[in-house]
Design a protein around this ligand. Structure first.
Ligand code: SAM
Length: 269
């Protein structure tokens, strides 16, 4: 508890949480207390509808979280055959995606075994589809690859050394077509860091197109695509932060994190 009080003051060279104790320390309480009191987290067949003409997901009955709209609408509009979620936590996003899009192949990874236990407890149908994965480790050929790889509230919490750069690079390498980031846009200079990684040759993809993908609820996502899409190009962090109240603490930490990158060898060199 005392450590949590000092969290806002300390210099940020650590991730935001101790992931080994995260389920009991924080996640389970927040899921029950904050999320499930306001939103339906697990949807059964028929409770969600996707309208292909408008690209909008509608919830029948209780509302779903704006980030659920973001992920599900991206899946509906981009129509991948497979999705992989990194940092899948309780597994609700994957389970709901599989319910809404029954032909979709879903997999998920998380570094927390207690998080994966929670996911399997809530969604026994995910057995065999989720597994241990630390996205800041060197890339593993055993990790699932998918057309669309997404994260929600994962990379924003990673601040150890250059780990978030490694994570972004691994996400791109895991994705055949798209990476979608549903993250707090002030917790890293996502656009600056992604463009710098691409420019410096760290991404497996030759071509990168960066877009802002807005859910019907207004929730903004960062979409990396191998191919050009008919979406608003994303060129700066200021653009995706346009409607949020600045947090100087977060923005300063983002700059500290970005400054840790070391790039060299130009393309022609
Ligand atoms: C804030 S929770 C979000 C969970 C889930 N995406 C959601 O929105 O409910 C962050 C999740 O990322 C996982 N995580 C943290 N660092 C990770 C890493 N390096 N690789 C994979 N998962 C990680 C944590 O264990 C946790 O489940």
């Amino acid at each position: 508890m005392i450590r949590r009080l000092f969290y806002k003051k300390r210099k940020f060279f650590d991730d935001d949480f101790d992931w080994d104790n995260y389920t009991a320390d924080s996640y389970h309480r927040r899921l029950k207390g904050d999320v499930e009191t306001n939103y339906r987290t697990i949807s059964k067949a028929g409770q969600l509808q996707f309208d292909a003409a408008t690209g909008v997901v509608t919830s029948i009955g209780d509302p779903i979280h704006p980030n659920q709209h973001l992920i599900l609408e991206a899946i509906g509009q981009l129509a991948p055959e497979s999705v992989h979620e990194v940092g899948c936590g309780a597994g609700d996003y994957l389970a709901n995606a599989a319910t809404l899009f029954p032909d979709l192949t879903v997999t998920g990874g998380d570094r927390g075994t207690t998080q994966l236990d929670l996911a399997l407890h809530r969604h026994p149908q995910l057995a065999g589809k989720v597994g241990v994965q630390d996205i800041t480790m060197p890339f593993s050929r055993h990790w699932p690859r998918a057309d669309l790889v997404f994260t929600k509230a994962v990379i924003m919490h990673i601040h150890t050394a250059v780990s978030h750069f490694v994570a972004l690079t691994n996400l791109v390498r895991s994705a055949r077509k798209y990476v979608l980031l549903a993250e707090n846009q002030q917790c890293h200079n996502f656009v600056r860091d992604i463009l710098a990684l691409h420019e410096a040759g760290h991404f497996e993809w030759d071509d990168l197109h960066l877009y802002q993908f807005d859910a019907s609820t207004g929730s903004p996502g960062i979409l990396l695509s191998r191919e050009e899409l008919d979406l608003p190009p994303l060129t700066s962090d200021a653009q995706i932060r346009a409607n949020v109240k600045p947090s100087l603490r977060r923005l300063r930490r983002s700059d500290d994190d970005s400054a840790r990158a070391l790039f060299g060898f130009s393309k022609s060199g």
